[in-house]
Structures are given as C-alpha cells and as structure tokens.
Ligand binder design. Structure first.
Ligand code: PGA
Ligand code: ZN
Length: 414
C-alpha cells in the first residue's frame, strides 16, 4: 500500500526571482505548522510546442518575460484555495489542475502550478521525515533507489549558445560505479577538452548549460574533439557520447538545416545519424527529428533502437497522452522527464511510470534556464531514472544538481 504522506498548508507565498539567464522565474514558499519549504521553477529555451504554458507578463519589464502574474496567481487565488487545508501530493495536484481549469495550464500558469506542487512535495517529505528522493520514490511505490547514469553537456549549440553548431548538446556519458566517480571522470575529460580548445585557438567561454560554446564549425568536428579529449584523459572505452539534436530548432519547411547551411531531408538526416553512430562512441540521440515527425522517429527507432537510446523530449513533453501515442507508434525507447513541461509533480510521475510500463528508460533533465533548486536530482534518484542530465561541471545552477547526487549517494551508502 502506498503511503499517503499528507501535509497541512498554513500559508503560501511566492516571488519573482531570476534564473541562470537573468530571466524572471517563480519561487514558492509553502508553510506548515512545523516549517517552511521553498521551491523554484526552471525554464527552457528550446521549448516543445506541446509543453504546458509558462505564464509571462508581456509588456516592458524584462522584455515581456516577467512572472508577476504567475506569482500573483500563486499568492492570490491558489493560496486562498489551499490555505488551512490538508492534501497529499495527488489531491494537491488535482486541486491545482481543477483551479486552473485549462488543458495547458495557461490560466494560472504552469510555472505557478509547478512552484506550488514542488514546494508541497518538499513540505510533505519534510512532514513525513523523509528525504525528497525517498518521498518521490514512495509516491511511485519504490523503496530501493538506483542512481542515474550522469550525462554532462560539454559542448553547447542550438539555442543555448552562439557556437553555430546546429546540434544543441554534446554530452559525455562516463561509465563508473558511482556518481562521484562519473563526475571525476567527466571532470578529467572536460579539462582535456579545455586544453584542446586553447591549443586550437578556440574560445573557452560557455553556453547556457555550462558547456563550451566554441565555434567548431560542424558536428563532426565537435565529436572529433570529444573523442580526442577522451583519449587524452585515458578514458577510451569508459566515456561514451550522447547528443541532443533538438532538431525542431533546425527544421524548416520540410528540411533540416545543419551546420554550414547544408539541408537534409528526414531520411538523409537519419542516414547521417546512423553514420555517426557507426563512427563515434555514441549511445544516445535525443530529438533527432522535428517534434511532430512521428514517422521519422518510429522508422529511426526501428533501425537503431536495439543498440542506441532514441530519446523523446520536444516530441513527448513529459505528457502522458503523447507518451501513449509514442508507445503505439514505437517512436522512441527513452523519455526525457522535465516536470515543468507538464506542470505538476503527479503528472511528471504519471508520465514516468507510463513510460516505464512500456519498457523505456527514464532520462531526467534540468532546463537551460535553471535555478539552484536541486529537486530534479531527487526526482532522478527517487524514480531510479536510468539517466540524468544537468549541464556541464560549470556554473552553480548546474553543479548543484551533481553535488546533490553525491550527497544522496553518500546518504544511501550509510
Ligand atoms: P531547454 O533545453 O531547457 O532549453 O528546452 C534542454 C533540452 O532540450 O533538453
Ligand atoms: Zn532536449
């Protein structure tokens, strides 16, 4: 039997804070009679068109990106409906959805809803005397935790940098028995990568997720650099590579515009990926095609899915309805889980369990606009997600997630 883990909300406040890009986002503090609990909400740049609606103010402030309306909704209508009441996670999230009343959470804002939902998760975990990861696990009926394989985004392209690379993310996947050792291995390769960039006269400035944003010209050059850095770190065979193409961002009018202005049709793009899978130690490709191109996803997964991860992010948007559709079509074998794409903890959990019931792997993910909230690390640990990506080993809002993984690892080892 699942524990209910209720909490009584005595007060709820919210405020506008800045994310790692200096853009406003929502922070919520929820009080019980024992303590107060705070959570904040991340924000994407390469946003899937099926994502829940992030409410922005429009107007002059912050180029229209202010979140005072979402903050006002949390402190006003939502707080008034919740204050003095006892919920568990499921009933709280159901109440939030009912209050909002829209399919895409656009009335009150998915950013307001998720802030409250996450702060409530911390509160309910706190009231139950549980760490947050154990609370997320308990919601799913899990008592044992396997920590995720960590993936580090060390070269930034797409909408996350002006590096000119079409592919958004080039990630290191270091194999080691513990998260701490994976981090150590990644750090060694990143150090070699930095040296290589300097040697070749490239910039070592970083993009939104802390990976280098050098103008390397082509994806192949970026992959060659990673292979060389891995070799120099004596990590051949220990460190693989993953990509997030985020292909919706280089798709236009039926074709894909890769680095250097070359265009490809979907089948040509698929053949290009297959060539990369053969040539490089590549184990995973996220969003290889445009977010509505179910057929190309399905054909690609049928061809490479037995030996590579095909990951749906913009395609699935952590949405159980789209996950169900992808299951029927065989479109992917792995789902990216970003709680703010769907807007409540319960729905992110539902999406995860649905994907798992299809035999897929779970890939937990930060967003490119982040805060120092580390709940995603707890989510990855609590759900025993197979993978977690939280950027490079650079920038506080990225490393805090990896630090939290090491903290959880130490706690589980005790
Ligand atoms: P985003 O990028 O947060 O800008 O959407 C992350 C991703 O595409 O995985
Ligand atoms: Zn993605």
């Amino acid at each position: 039997m699942l524990k209910t883990m209720p909490a009584t909300i005595t007060n709820l406040s919210a405020r506008e804070i800045l994310d790692s890009r200096g853009m406003p986002t929502v922070e919520v503090t929820l009080e019980t009679e024992h303590a107060s609990y705070t959570a904040s909400v991340p924000s994407g740049a390469s946003v899937g068109s099926s994502e829940a609606h992030e409410l922005r103010d429009g107007g002059e402030r912050f180029g229209g990106k202010g979140v005072l309306k979402a903050v006002g909704n949390a402190e006003g209508e939502i707080a008034a409906a919740l204050r003095g009441q006892t919920f568990d996670q499921k009933s709280l999230d159901a109440r939030l959805r009912e209050l909002d009343g829209t399919a895409d959470k656009s009335r009150l804002g998915a950013n307001a809803l998720l802030g409250v939902s996450l702060a409530f998760a911390r509160a309910a975990a706190g009231e139950a005397g549980m760490p947050l990861y154990a609370y997320f696990g308990a919601l799913a009926g899990y008592e044992k935790f396997t920590l995720p394989q960590l993936c580090f985004n060390v070269l930034n392209g797409g909408k996350h940098a002006d590096s000119g690379l079409a592919v958004q993310e080039f990630l290191l996947v270091p194999k080691a028995p513990s998260g701490a050792q994976q981090i150590e291995l990644a750090a060694a390769v990143i150090a070699q990568l930095r040296t290589l960039l300097v040697e070749q006269g490239h910039s070592t400035s970083v993009g939104d997720e802390g990976g280098f944003a050098a103008r390397l010209g082509t994806s192949e050059k970026a992959l060659d650099m990673l292979v060389e850095a891995i070799a120099r770190a004596n990590a051949v065979g220990k460190v693989s590579i993953a990509l997030d193409a985020a292909a919706s961002d280089f798709y236009k009018d039926g074709s894909y515009m890769l680095d250097g202005g070359r265009t490809r049709t979907a089948p040509e793009l698929a053949a290009w990926y297959e060539g990369l899978l053969e040539k490089y130690p590549l184990v995973s490709i996220e969003d290889p095609f445009n977010e509505d191109d179910w057929d190309s996803f399905a054909a690609f997964t049928a061809r490479v899915g037995a030996h590579a991860r095909v990951v749906g992010d913009d395609l699935l948007t952590t949405n159980p309805i789209r996950i169900e559709e992808a299951g029927q079509k065989g479109a992917v074998n792995t789902v990216l889980i970003k709680p703010n794409q769907i807007g409540t903890v319960s729905e992110a959990l539902e999406a995860s369990l649905l994907a798992r019931s299809k035999g897929w792997a779970l890939f937990a993910s930060h967003r490119s606009g982040e805060t120092t909230d580390t709940a995603i690390a707890d989510f990855a640990a609590g759900l025993s997600c197979e993978y977690l990506k939280a950027g490079s080993l650079c920038r506080g809002e990225r490393v805090c997630k990896y630090n939290r993984i090491m903290e959880i690892e130490a706690e589980l080892a005790r």
